[in-house]
Ligand binder design. Structure first.
Ligand code: MOS
Length: 693
């Protein structure tokens, strides 16, 4: 087993981003910024209905446009294996399974010619009746076998109904969250060159080896002949965790022009129906408590959508199984398969909508019981993980709540809602808890001694803007006993040793463990002084303690909001988060991660919604003009803190994932503050002015 990292000269140090200068200078080349000679350009064609069948495609006018190289449709596309993930099996039949689905593509010498010709392709369809509307009592709702990644869909422990019936205080409330979209700054892009020698993709991805494996499998290639390069990625939030259909389309087009690079950059409108989204949810939460606030029962019942062609079962109620002690507990997920694009991962999938509901309901219980919401949470702190009975490797929730209360100025808060005014603004504050599991996967790293105390460290990790370039060098430096400047790191290329996805907040944990493992092995093999040229490659397995302890990060969000009593506009005046996430490897990049998550939580609370027009099965918020993300003007003083936490179980660095926990619970803190300000409990996100008037 890997030893804990004991030298901490670099780990914990506030360091600038290793790639910051290149990014600021525009010299960090993103996928579409590859400028290979002789590139051809691909523009996709989108399905005009939500369900139906293509009856004819007339490409004659498009093919007549100067510079057009071809029009790809289901009539001429290469066959893909039957067992491939259905959302990737594009152009295999005339069937349309969601509006905006790729039904073809136009390839041309210039982007202008491709775009013009795409507008000339006539796609005729027989539309069929469709259904895109999630409803609590939808007749097709069903309980899946499991929810992501492999949790039971239903759990039941104790007599929930009996406990609720005799509880001193109870709430029975239903929350709704809308469909959400990952909108990374860099949209999905692919530059692919297909030749007899192999396939090279510059792909904006969170997982170079995952893309390599999927492309090889889809097209029947030896994975060794596929190379995926992604040194810089402009955000992903889960949306680039798996290969999506655009890359399949690009590979199909590239096969028609062997040796010639094919470039595809999705517009927001093309991205929205084809690169995953967060499912909408309807969540009923029932809580029962003794007079002193101790929970006797928790029920969390969820309805969410999936697509008709593939099952994606978000784990919305899973965090409810481990957050608080309770005498009885029931959780259930139901899915409705609709004519919608396939849902996928979006920052803390499951925890984000699920903890919004749980933490809002807890606030409602605090109000009903007349107990301070922080005190209520502290009284329900479990001794061991309620879902497994295992001890927690470390659990810093109470410490985060206490420290946050102190820093935010919670003491003496008047719990009475709707009574504080500053002119026409109603003012209130709210709190909510956060949690996220510590996932650890397997990965491989290679370390090579260059001599003179310098080392090369390689692993196919992906830096999606999170700081992997920076923190992995810090970890390697301590593992090898040298300065960060003596580490030459290479990541973001499937030609390097295999690494897991930059997802599930597992990147630093997983890749760092592999790097420490390889470094310790190299030093051990050479009595601590490897000569120039000495090299080892080492695998790091998943966490060996996973069966013995429950590993989670925790946090607490505090928000102060002001609501305009005339217009209903809610604004966040102040936001403060405290996190317990093990050892912080780099305070600067960590702070940005937490802050980014909290900002996304603010967007979730007040702005973000993907809206479907169910009459047409169409997303009517397909770009950033309609899908509102928080802008600088929306984000106030936002404070991030953390508590020091020693956790010997999670990994050699003692760090927990920080990429996702910042968003978990943030929307609930804001919603709870809106209630405190106005006395109005809005149970449907986002909290737009119309809901407060
Ligand atoms: Mo994250 S949604 O696991 O990339």
């Amino acid at each position: 087993m890997t030893d804990q990292l004991t030298r901490r000269a670099a780990v914990g140090e506030d360091r600038r981003r290793a790639d910051g200068r290149l990014k600021v200078l525009g010299q960090a080349r993103y996928a579409f910024e590859q400028l290979p000679a002789g590139a051809a350009y691909l523009v996709p064609l989108l399905a005009p209905v939500a369900r139906g069948r293509i009856t004819a495609i007339d490409a004659a006018a498009a093919l007549a446009v100067d510079g057009v190289l071809g029009v790809l449709t289901h009539e001429n596309a290469p066959a893909l294996p039957e067992h491939a993930r259905p959302p990737l099996r594009i152009l295999q039949s005339p069937d349309i399974t969601h509006r905006g689905q790729f039904v073809g593509g136009v390839l041309a010498d210039t982007p202008e010619a491709a775009a013009r010709a795409a507008g000339l392709v006539r796609v005729e369809v027989d539309a069929a009746a469709h259904d895109t509307a999630l409803a609590w009592d939808h007749p097709d709702a069903y309980v899946p076998d499991t929810v992501n990644p492999d949790y039971p869909a239903v759990t039941e422990d104790g007599d929930v109904d009996g406990a609720l019936a005799s509880a001193a205080h109870a709430v029975d409330v239903t929350y709704r969250t809308p469909m959400h979209h990952n909108h990374p700054m860099e949209p999905h892009t692919t530059v692919v060159t297909w030749s007899d020698a192999g396939v090279e993709l510059h792909e904006s991805t969170q997982h170079p080896h995952g893309v390599r494996a999927t492309v090889a499998e889809l097209f029947g290639l030896d994975p060794e002949t596929v190379r995926v390069v992604a040194p810089y990625v402009g955000g992903g939030f889960g949306g680039k965790g798996q290969l999506h259909a655009h890359a399949v389309l690009a590979c199909m087009a590239a096969q028609t022009v062997p040796g010639r690079p094919v470039k595809l950059a999705l517009t927001r409108r093309q991205l929205v129906p084809n690169a995953g989204h967060r499912t909408p949810t309807i969540q009923r939460v029932r809580l029962g408590a003794e007079a002193d606030g101790r929970l006797v029962a928790i029920e969390h019942d969820v309805a969410e959508h999936t697509s008709r062609i593939t099952e994606f079962a978000e784990q919305t109620a899973v965090a409810t199984r481990m957050m608080y002690a309770a005498g009885a507990r029931r959780t259930r997920h139901r899915l409705v398969a609709l004519d919608v694009p396939a849902p996928s991962w979006m920052r803390a999938p499951g925890e984000t909508p699920g903890m919004y509901a749980l933490e809002s309901a807890l606030d409602e219980l605090a109000c009903a019981a007349g107990i301070d919401p922080i005190e209520l949470r502290v009284r329900n702190e479990p001794e061991t993980d309620p879902s497994s009975g295992k001890p927690f490797s470390s659990r810093g929730l109470v410490a985060c709540l206490r420290e946050g209360a102190e820093r935010f100025g919670w003491a003496g808060r008047d719990p009475e809602p709707g009574v504080r005014r500053d002119g026409r603004w109603l003012v209130g504050s709210g709190v909510a808890a956060a949690t996220y599991p510590v996932y650890r996967q397997s990965a491989t790293a290679r370390v090579r001694a260059f001599g003179g105390g310098r080392f090369g460290v390689t692993i196919a990790a992906a830096d999606i803007g999170t700081g992997a370039w920076t923190v992995l060098a810090q970890i390697a430096a301590d593992a090898l006993g040298v300065a960060v400047e003596d580490i030459e790191l290479r990541i973001g290329d499937s030609a390097l040793p295999p690494a897991s996805v930059a997802g599930g907040s597992s990147g630093t944990t997983t890749w760092g463990t592999a790097i420490v493992t390889a470094a310790q092995k190299l030093l051990a093999e050479h009595d601590g002084d490897p000569p120039a040229g000495a090299e080892v490659t080492a695998d790091a397995p998943p966490n060996p303690h996973a069966d013995d302890v429950a590993m989670h990060a925790f946090g607490a969000h505090f928000a102060e909001v002001r609501v305009d009593s005339d217009t209903g506009e809610a604004r966040v005046a102040r936001m403060l988060g405290v996190f317990a996430a093990g050892r912080i490897v780099n305070p600067r990049t960590a702070r940005s991660q937490f802050m980014g998550g909290m900002t996304m939580g603010l967007g979730m609370a007040l702005h973000e919604a993907t809206i479907l027009d169910h009459r047409h099965g169409a997303i009517v918020t397909p770009d950033l003009a309609e899908y509102h993300v928080a802008s600088h003007a929306d984000v106030p003083a936002l404070e991030v803190h953390w508590i020091d936490e020693e956790d010997p179980y999670v990994n050699p660095m003692g760090s927990k994932g920080i990429g996702e926990i910042g968003i978990v619970g943030a929307a609930a803190a804001i919603g709870n503050a809106v209630h405190h300000a106005t006395g109005r409990r809005v149970r449907e996100l986002p909290i737009t002015p119309d809901k407060l008037l």
